[in-house]
Design a protein. Structure first.
Length: 146
């Protein structure tokens, strides 16, 4: 499988009247914004805007060190920009740690009351070099102010 690159890039939610503006980190895969590829409704990246404890937990899930919360076994990567609750819906991906890679696959839109609502079968899988991927997420983890 071809190796992909992962970067985190600051982004700002495009808002309309009554919505909360949010700065967050977008996932850039092979130089392209993953949110733009997925084209979900109004969602933002799971990093860069929540409380430090939740963000550290999210990073642990992205590193496959903690179990994902949805029963599907997928990790939320784009979430509700108002509250971050899975009940509002999220884009999720299965994240597997292998000997030399992290693999993102089985992208879906899901929530915690209907389960998987829509599969993104045309997206991924993406294989990231383990060392480079870990470096990106660990760098973000050190930036989190407790």
């Amino acid at each position: 499988m071809k190796q992909s690159t992962l970067e985190l890039k600051r982004n700002r939610r495009k808002v309309v009247a009554g919505q909360t503006g949010r700065d967050y980190f977008d996932f850039i895969v092979d130089g392209k914004s993953l949110i733009e590829i997925l084209e979900p409704s109004d969602l933002i990246g799971c990093l860069g805007w929540g409380c430090p404890e939740i963000e550290k937990h999210t990073i642990a899930q992205l590193l496959a060190k903690e179990l994902p919360e949805p029963e599907s076994g997928r990790v939320p990567i784009y979430i509700c920009p108002e509250c971050g609750d899975l009940g509002c819906g999220a884009v999720t991906a299965r994240i597997c740690e292998e000997s030399e890679s992290y693999i993102w696959s089985d992208f879906a839109f899901e929530n915690n009351y209907e389960g998987t609502v829509e599969l993104y079968s045309e997206i991924g899988p993406f294989a990231f070099d383990k060392a480079a991927y870990s470096k990106v997420l660990k760098k973000r983890e050190t930036e989190i102010v407790a």
